[in-house]
Design a protein. Structure first.
Length: 357
């Protein structure tokens, strides 16, 4: 067959290939995920609040490198204060503190004093609940929203990890013990997973509704351990040795879908199936991460903080990465709120609407 005869056949073959591609095996080209700006607020030490004290509305608590305060979902600044050390923040309350704090003052959403705590220690909020670690991290207490002491528990070793949800608080200790605490301060669980040469609990996550506690524990070798409640007691339901060798606190979270755990790997983020123990590594920063989920859209907003900047990664459950954004500042944050993603970095707050381009 001559070269001239081959040309029409090649054209026909190309046309058939195109038809096969579009009609026999079609595939949908998905639009690109984007975060569309809704509003931005610049923070300054002399900034004035945009709402009068006493107004009743939803508030969003924030803490950045030099500021803490509250904002409204539509971008109004309700209160802002500079901070010298740290602040424990939740929606509606801010508690600034120093490393040698002897007493604490909680401020409401509009910057007015709300209540005092006379005890020394380091405060933090977890699942909206207020906790206080005593001196040397050897005890933990819980306080009500009005500053009333609910309970105090002395621990046999210093706290090295902590997690809480609405019903259960879990403390991990440097001696490798896990202590789970009920809302009334009674002990629901005291166990030591073991399995490593050096026993210590480096990270914890809790889902009391499904009866699960997940931990990263031990040095030489390090393990992932899942405790599940069966017959009224928590027992080890699965575990695996890890290739990491962290000697510092490690971030770990249980997903709201009840099917996955997220935790920091040696060189990326690990997404672990709680059903079969299979794992997938996602190649992006994983140190000191936070997770905020949007169940309505099936999205997870994962923010990992570095020394100079943070990375916001948007993931479609369980592990499909849709987008990545760099945020300046080591104390950046991001969280889902209704139809918005509320973020802060450097000296600015912002909100974005999730969408497709």
């Amino acid at each position: 067959m001559t070269e001239e005869a081959r040309k029409p056949l090649a054209v026909v073959a190309l046309a058939l290939a195109v038809l096969a591609y579009y009609f026999i095996a079609p595939r949908r080209l998905e639009p690109e995920f984007v975060l569309k700006p809704a509003w931005t607020v610049r923070l300054e030490t002399d900034a004035e609040a945009d709402a009068a004290p006493g107004a009743s509305e939803t508030t969003l608590g924030f803490e950045l490198e030099g500021f803490h305060g509250q904002a409204s979902p539509d971008g109004r600044l309700l209160s802002v204060s500079s901070k010298d050390f740290r602040a424990a923040v939740r929606d509606g309350f801010s508690i600034p503190y120093a490393s040698d704090t002897e007493g604490l003052v909680a401020f409401d959403a509009y910057g007015a004093p709300a209540f005092d705590i006379a005890a020394p220690g380091l405060p933090w909020f977890s699942s909206g609940r207020l906790f206080l670690a005593g001196p040397e991290m050897g005890s933990v207490s819980e306080y009500s929203e009005s500053g009333v002491l609910l309970w105090t528990l002395d621990l046999p070793a210093p706290i090295s990890a902590f997690a809480a949800d609405e019903a259960l608080a879990v403390a991990g200790l440097v001696d490798g013990t896990i202590v789970a605490i009920e809302r009334d301060g009674s002990i629901a669980l005291r166990t030591a997973p073991g399995g490593s040469r050096i026993e210590i609990i480096l990270g914890l996550a809790v889902d009391s509704g499904r009866g699960r506690i997940a931990a990263i524990c031990g040095i030489d070798r390090q393990r992932f351990v899942l405790l599940s409640r069966t017959g009224g007691a928590y027992r080890v339901s699965s575990h695996s040795y890890l290739d990491s060798d962290f000697r510092r606190p490690v971030s770990i979270r249980l997903a709201e879908d009840g099917q996955h755990a997220w935790y920091e790997g040696s060189d990326g983020m690990i997404v672990r199936s709680l059903d079969d123990g299979s794992e997938r590594k996602l190649d992006f920063p994983s140190r000191d991460f936070t997770i905020s989920e949007d169940p309505a859209r099936g999205l997870t907003y994962l923010l990992a903080r570095g020394e100079k900047e943070a990375t916001l990664v948007v993931v479609a459950a369980p592990d499909r990465v849709l987008a990545r954004y760099a945020l300046p500042g080591a104390e950046a944050f991001a969280r889902a709120y209704g139809d918005l993603v509320f973020t802060g970095s450097g000296d600015s707050l912002a909100a974005f609407a999730a969408g497709e381009d």
